[in-house]
Every structure is written in structure tokens, then in C-alpha cells.
Write a protein that binds this ligand. Structure first.
Ligand SMILES: Nc1ncnc2c1ncn2[C@@H]1O[C@H](COP(=O)(O)OP(=O)(O)OP(=O)(O)O)[C@@H](O)[C@H]1O
Length: 312
């Protein structure tokens, strides 16, 4: 604990405990508790209006909690002596003086934060913007603005990175770059907390997820575990046959549950694909498709947050 800000056990950990934010008519965040570990990318997910941005803003001391606490490496953000060296944050697409170049934008931040000027060049290189260093911000594409925002967040070489919807406006190549970049930071032992609506991207990017709805925690854990917790003991099997009735009879004899998917296929749960295949063979039923469907994060998210109105 050389600088009084870091301890071996809490370094890089984010702890949200009983956090609540009551606006006049809306309880934006309601007694929320979770922990985010270093060395992992954590996806922070929730429907519109779930309270994600409000939570991140409380974490960064931009909104005062009604009650509860949010700490980074064991300290409230307001108590960090050199916050930029601990925490980098991108809360919305980067804004900068329109006539300022990318590099100058970063140098201004360095000067204000007491960081060496060379960090501006290093951070720009880190996000692949060096070729556009001397171009004016007003000519930057949305993707370049996102990268510049991340470069600004990286100026202090922070242990913790917090990003609100960083993939917004990025093209597929930009999204892939972002994925590699954030995974790389986590690999270095940093804490990466990312809110996003892009659930298929989150499944590729995140190690852990925290899912909230209507201001409250719905589920937290490693992505695979959260998905596994919703599979009710197994995957679903999709099967297509011209002899549906005979197959349903054979499957029910195996205690399977069978539903029509409305598009000519049957969805079977309770037994695995080989069992379905054997039941079909035994009944002399021809199959045109036999597929195991593993639930994805999007399906699990929708199931977990169903009925928890996003608009409040
Ligand atoms: N300053 C404010 N004053 C009043 N209500 C607010 C304020 N900020 C947020 N809210 C309300 O708090 C709730 C949570 O909003 P928040 O922006 O934190 O959700 P979110 O999960 O980030 O949503 P989105 O995914 O749509 O960005 C919403 O009902 C919102 O209208």
C-alpha cells in the first residue's frame, strides 16, 4: 500500500453495496450489490432504464447515492488522490473541442491531470489513432471518437476501466478491435466493466456478467454459469420430420416435452439429441433436421428480465 490507495486484496476490485438512487418519482437504482473482479471483462447488462448509467455515474462520483456505497480498490472515487491513474472511464461518445486535433485534446487532459505529455502519444497509439493524430476532432468518425474517448481514459494507465456502451456506432471491424483491446486489458490484470445492449457481442467479450432490471440485481456470475443456470438441466433439441405425430408419441414415451416452434419444427426438451434420434429410428420416423440448441446470452437475458419494464 505504498500510496495509501492500493491494497493487495482489494486492488482493482469494484464493490457496490446496497446502492440506491431515488430521483423524485423514480427509484433508478434499488439496493444494488455486486462485486467486479480484476483480470476479467464484466458485462453490465439491463433493459433500457434499468439503472446502468446511474450506477456507473455513482461509481464515478458524478451522481450522489441516496444510500449505499460504491468503491474502487476499496476507496470511494471521491477519495482517490489521483483518480485518472486508478480509473479510466468513457461514459458517452467522446466530446472534444471541435477545432482541436486528437493529439491536442489528449495533451490538454494530460496537462490538467499532471500526466506527462508523452502519455498522449502513447494512448493515441494504443487505440490505433496515430495516423489521425493531427486531424481535427470535427472530422473524426463516430468510431474514431469512440477510440479517442478510450485513449483519454487510458492516459493515466489505470488499473480499472469503466465504459458505457463503448461499441455504439462502431462498424464490425471496430467492434472486433474493441473486443481484442478490452480482452487484452483484462489479460494484463486490469478490471474492465462494460455496459452494453449488444448481447451477442457481450457473449464473445465478457467473462462475467451483472444483469440488472428495474434498478435491482437479477443475476451475477461467469457468462457460462449464468447461461447454464437457465437451461433447466439441458439444451433444447430442434427436430424436423414429415411424421410429427408419430415422433411426438415416441418422444412422450421417453418423457420428453415437445412443442411446435410455429415454423414446422418441433422443440424437444428433457432428452438429448441422441435420444431423439433413437426414438425416431425405433418409430421408423424419417428426420430432416436434428439440432442441439444451446441457449445464448440474449435468450437468457430476455428470460431473466421478462416483465421487468424497461421504461419507468
Ligand atoms: N437525472 C435524472 N432525473 C430523474 N430520473 C432519472 C435521471 N437519470 C435517470 N433517471 C431515471 O432513472 C432510471 C434509470 O436510468 P438509467 O439511465 O440509469 O438507465 P440505463 O440502464 O442506463 O438505461 P439505458 O440503457 O436506456 O441507457 C430511468 O427511469 C431514468 O428515466
Amino acid at each position: 500500500m505504498s500510496d495509501g490507495q492500493r491494497s493487495p486484496t482489494s486492488d482493482g476490485q469494484i464493490v457496490v453495496s446496497g446502492l440506491t438512487k431515488q430521483y423524485r418519482n423514480v427509484r433508478a437504482v434499488n439496493n444494488l450489490s455486486f462485486t467486479i473482479e480484476p483480470g476479467r471483462v464484466t458485462g453490465f447488462l439491463g433493459p433500457n432504464g434499468a439503472g446502468k448509467t446511474t450506477t456507473l455515474r455513482m461509481l464515478l462520483n458524478l451522481v450522489t447515492p441516496t444510500s449505499g456505497t460504491a468503491t474502487i480498490s476499496g476507496h470511494r472515487y471521491a477519495d482517490l488522490t489521483e483518480p485518472l491513474r486508478h480509473v479510466g472511464a468513457v461514459l458517452e461518445a467522446s466530446s472534444a473541442h471541435k477545432g482541436r486535433t486528437g493529439i491536442n485534446h489528449l495533451r490538454v487532459i494530460c496537462a490538467a491531470a499532471g500526466l506527462p505529455k508523452r502519455r498522449a502519444d502513447e494512448a493515441l497509439a494504443l487505440v490505433g489513432l496515430t495516423p489521425a493524430a493531427k486531424r481535427k476532432f470535427k472530422g473524426y468518425s463516430l468510431g474514431m471518437k469512440q477510440r479517442l474517448g478510450i485513449a483519454a481514459a487510458m492516459l493515466g494507465d489505470p488499473r480499472v476501466l469503466i465504459l458505457d456502451e463503448p461499441a455504439n456506432g462502431l462498424d464490425p471491424e471496430g467492434i472486433r478491435w474493441m473486443r481484442g483491446f478490452l480482452k487484452g486489458l483484462a489479460h494484463e490484470g486490469r478490471t474492465v466493466l462494460v455496459s452494453s445492449h449488444l448481447l451477442s457481442e457481450m457473449q464473445l467479450l465478457a467473462d462475467d456478467v451483472v444483469i440488472i432490471a428495474a434498478g435491482q440485481l437479477v443475476r451475477q456470475g461467469p457468462v457460462e454459469q449464468v447461461i447454464g443456470s437457465m437451461t433447466h438441466g439441458g439444451a433444447r433439441v430442434r427436430v424436423r420430420t414429415p411424421h410429427a405425430e408419430a415422433l411426438v408419441t415416441a418422444l412422450k414415451a421417453q418423457n420428453a416435452t415437445v412443442d411446435a416452434d410455429g415454423q414446422g419444427a418441433l422443440i424437444v426438451t428433457g432428452v438429448d439429441a441422441p435420444t431423439v434420434g433413437r426414438a425416431a429410428l425405433g418409430a421408423g420416423v424419417e428426420l430432416h433436421e436434428l439440432t442441439t440448441e444451446r441457449p445464448d446470452l440474449e435468450g437468457v437475458f430476455l428470460e431473466l428480465t421478462a416483465g421487468k419494464a424497461g421504461i419507468r
